[in-house]
Structure formats: C-alpha cells, structure tokens
Ligand binder design. Sequence first.
Ligand code: HEM
Length: 504
Amino acid sequence: RCQSVNTEKERKSNRNLLDNASNLLTNFLSGGSIGSMPIAEGAVTDLFGRPLFFSLYDWFLEHGSVYKLAFGPKAFVVVSDPIVARHILRENAFSYDKGVLADILEPIMGKGLIPADLDTWKQRRRVIAPGFHASYLEAMVKIFRTCSERTISKINQLLEQEGNDGQKLVELDLEAEFSNLALDIIGLGVFNYDFGSVTKESPVIKAVYGTLFEAEHRSTFYIPYWKVPLATFIETDVEKLQQRDYLNLKDASLLRFLVDMRGADVDDRQLRDDLMTMLIAGHETTAAVLTWATFLLSQNPDKMRKAQAEVDSVLATGTPTYESLKKLQYIRLIVVESLRLYPQPPLLIRRSLKPDVLPGGYKGDKDGYAIPAGTDVFLSVYNMHRSPYFWERPDEFEPERFLVQRTNEQIEGWAGFDPSRSPGALYPNEIISDFAFLPFGGGPRKCVGDQFALMESTVALAMLLQNFDVQLKGTPDSVELVTGATIHTKNGLWCKLTKRSNFH
Ligand code: HEM
C-alpha cells in the first residue's frame, strides 16, 4: 500500500516535471516567448512628460500583466502581477541580478548590498541582516522619538514666533522637514553620527543630492570611523553581540555592530559601501512615506481624526515606545497604506542571468513567457499595489483594507490575503498578501531595514498628529509628482500647521 502511495507521488512529480518541460517547449515553439509578448511602444516624451510609472500603469491595463516595453532598440519586460513577481524575486531569485540598477548605483554605493553582485551580496547579507535584531530596533525607537521631538519643538518655536494673539498657524514644507528628520535618524542609526539637520539654522543640505554628497564625504573622509580603534576586542559571536544592553549602549549603531562583527576578511572600502548604501536606502524612502501619509491624511479628515483619537488614547501626553507601537494599530496601517499607494521605489529592476520561463500572469497572458538570458525586467510595484485585479477601489486611501482577510477563490495561483501566514508580524507584508503588497520587495534580496523604516514612520507620524492639526496649503492637484528613486513632490509638501487645541 505504502509503496503504491509513493509510486503515485512519484508519478505525480514526474508528471509535473514533464508538464514543466513540455510547457517550456510549447512556449518556445508556439511563440510564448518574449517575441510574442504584447508590446507597448514608448515614446521618448513618455520619459519626460510625466513620471514613467503612470504610463506603465496605462499600458498594464491595456496590454496585460506582462508586456514588452520598447524604446527604440531597447526593450524591457514590464511585470505587474504578484505571481510573476513572486517567481522572479523569490522562487527563481538567483537567476536574476540588478542589471541596469547596479550600473546606476555602483558609483555611489560601490559594492554595497543593493547593487552588489551575488558573491559579495551573499557574504555581506549574512553579516548585515543580523544587525537589525530586536534590541537594536528597541534602541532605535528611542532615537526616532528624540529626533521627532526636535522636529516638533522646531515647529512649536515657529508657532511661537507667530505672536500670541489669535489662532497661531505656520506654513511649512513638510517634505523638507521629513527629509531632515529622516537624515538625522539614519545618521544616528547607521553611524551614530548626528547630522543635526533638523535644528541647524541652515540645514546641512537643501537638495537631496547635496545631502548624499555631504554624507558620502563625511563617511569617507572627515570621520574615518573605522580606522579609529573603537573596539579593544573583535567580537564575532552574533548572538553575544545581539544580547548586549542596546538601550544603554552609548553607541547602538549598525557601524558599531559591523565593526565588532567584522573579521579580517572585510576591508574598509566594503564597510564604507555597506554603510553608504544604508544611509541612502534609509533616508529618502522613509521621508517619502511620511510625506505621502501626510498628503493622504490631509485629504481624508475623518481618517486624520480617527488617527489622532488613537494616538490620544494610546499615548495621552506621553511619547511612543517600542511597546506602545503595538497599540498604534491605525497609525501602522496608515503607514503601510501610504506605501501601497506610493511605493518607494515604484519599480524594482532585474536582469535575467539565464533563460527563464515566467509563470502565467493573472490577466491577459495565462500561459507565461520564456525569456532569454540578459532580459531587462521592470517589476512595477506601483502597478501591483494599484492592480484592479487584486484590490478593491485600488486608488482609494483606505488603511482599514488590511484588516480584511481575502481568499483566493477567483485568482488561480494566488494564495490570497491571510495574516496567519506571518504570525506576530506588526505590519502587513508580502507574505501575508502573497506578493500583492510588496513595499520592501521579497525573497532573499528583500529590504533589511523594513522594520526600522516602518517603526520610524509610525513614531514620527504619531508624534506629528499628536501635536498638530495639518492641512494642505494648496489643492491636492497642485502637489505635482516627480520620480527618481522615490516618488516625491515637485515643489514640496506645503502645509498649514496649528497646535492641536485639545492637546496640552
Ligand atoms: C532593499 C524599500 C528603508 C536598507 C530594499 C528593497 C526595497 C526597499 C523595495 C528591495 C530592492 C530590490 O529588490 O531591488 C525600502 C523602503 C524603505 C526602506 C520603502 C523605507 C520606507 C530602508 C532602511 C534601510 C534599508 C531604513 C537601512 C537602514 C536596504 C538594503 C537593501 C534594501 C541594505 C538591499 C538588500 C539586499 O539586496 O539584500 N529596500 N527600504 N532600507 N534596503 Fe530598503
């Protein structure tokens, strides 16, 4: 009996193998290849007239969830489907590298984790990922709080200057404030270095590129941190390092962890590249989450009030702690909903290292396509996050949507939305949503700083809403979008802030 069960199993698995092989063959023979993909012809004006991801969305609705985008002789495969994304990012992750992205980022990030080739990545990921352990995050919450307090007192001071009569109001570009705040936080979290950009009269940097240059300069030249004999011993036992009393360590930064972790095999250049990468990866992205969360809340006063009510009931007049983050559920959902609508970056980039067969997408191309080695792929997170096939009212700001469990009865190959797949997770993620929601990517190259960034955004947003009422200065339409690595505004997020009347 047992034998016959096994044989049946074997038969099944042989059948699967055969099915796969014959699918491959059929794809090649019947033209289920890159050549037969729907084609969107891009005009150069698409690159300049408006952010590219808007056009990619229109073509997604027109051509389906896997299409070829041709710009003259250059072609990209654009993927807007969770099942295909799951395949590229997780199931077949090592058949892809970062392609054009690595070329763009290499000059500034060197061999840092984001652009790193597979060999470097394997070595460094093993060392860096453990740096984001629970006690480190707990120590970071203290930093998030202290830095947010500086932003709040700066706004309070501006309000004071408005004079004492009548309703005090200040007009401020909150995007710039969030950028300063996120820079101070990431500087302290990564190097234990205080940029002090929130409080300085003239901020260290106005433009983001200026910021990055300054940061790079400081990290490589002015303060050659890792040349200083910081540690009298080299501790390489990860667990021992993780068990230190991070809350009371003077320097809980990642630099300190990595310096203490490093063996003789890591050179200064690599350490610099790793830290630089994290500084860049963690700065603009988090500032953008706060910017869009504020933008969305300002257009949804009911949700703003609901968020403020939660903050008042959880924190009263106190400040957020690692523990109280668990109770700030609505704020956490606002953060993730903002990341759904404005993912940073809106596209993930890959290049196939060997031939591959993509699984059938949900719409338009059920059979999947074979792609040759060297194919450039754009995974449009923006499209997946606003896909009408996977989300109800995809363009609406509705943090509550993450509380609803969904089964997969209509969508073949998609496991649905189920929080029990990621027990204990504080925030919805790509596992819970089976790659329909993937703000931090997924698979082995998923963001290492996801919890850092989510907690940082939650603390900063909670404290802002606790202290101020925020309104947009102009109309929502006047806030134009532009994109680089992140989605940001063209001229800042100008808001009117008043001290909350019921808050003392
Ligand atoms: C990778 C998003 C904050 C460090 C990634 C990826 C995404 C992402 C989508 C995957 C890229 C890909 O697959 O091509 C974000 C967002 C953030 C954020 C939306 C803020 C809201 C941070 C922070 C840090 C960080 C705070 C560090 C302190 C990294 C690193 C990688 C990465 C090192 C590369 C991981 C690897 O290749 O193994 N991030 N990130 N990120 N992120 Fe983040």
